[in-house]
Design a protein around this ligand. Structure first.
Ligand code: FES
Length: 156
């Protein structure tokens, strides 16, 4: 029986592109902060080594007003068809991840202290997206994010 919380298309690769980077910086510093992103890779098995996957986007779009995401808070969002979880870590620092569990593709929810997958209980860290508990081992896919002109923007 299909899981009601599974995200359609989540297990397939065509919807996502990945950039792998050991030099990846802090989200929320604007596009210039991401100039050191590393080698473009495919999807599939190459993501199974625990390295962070970063969505390759080309268009900054508003995910929320900055006022609606105060420092220390989290939120769920949908931008350009992507389901996201957001965390504002500081005035000028926001983190965004695809809300698709890296275990079996269920939708991850933003909670106060974590991102949580209700299907099998995986827990992901707010600022890194790293899998911290449960069956998921890989981090959530990061989306570049920033605070710009009173909005939380995500590169989609
Ligand atoms: S699909 Fe998220 S923990 Fe299994």
């Amino acid at each position: 029986m299909a899981d009601a919380t599974a995200v359609p298309g989540a297990s397939g690769c065509p919807r996502r592109a990945f950039l792998r980077s050991g030099a990846y910086g802090t989200a929320g510093l604007g596009a210039a902060a991401f100039g050191a992103v590393g080698t473009l890779t495919g999807c599939s098995d190459e993501q199974d080594d625990g390295a962070e996957a970063v969505h390759e986007g080309s268009d900054w779009q508003a995910a929320s007003s900055a006022e609606d995401l105060p420092v220390g808070s989290t939120a769920d969002a949908e931008v350009a068809g992507y389901l996201l979880v957001l965390h504002r870590a500081a005035d000028d620092e926001v983190h965004a991840f695809e809300a698709v569990c890296t275990h079996e593709g269920c939708r991850v929810e933003a909670e106060q202290e974590r991102y949580y997958c209700p299907c099998h209980g995986s827990v992901f860290a707010l600022d890194s997206g790293d899998a911290e508990a449960g069956p998921a081992r890989e981090p959530l896919t990061r989306f570049q994010a920033r605070i710009q002109g009173g909005s939380v923007e995500v590169l989609v």
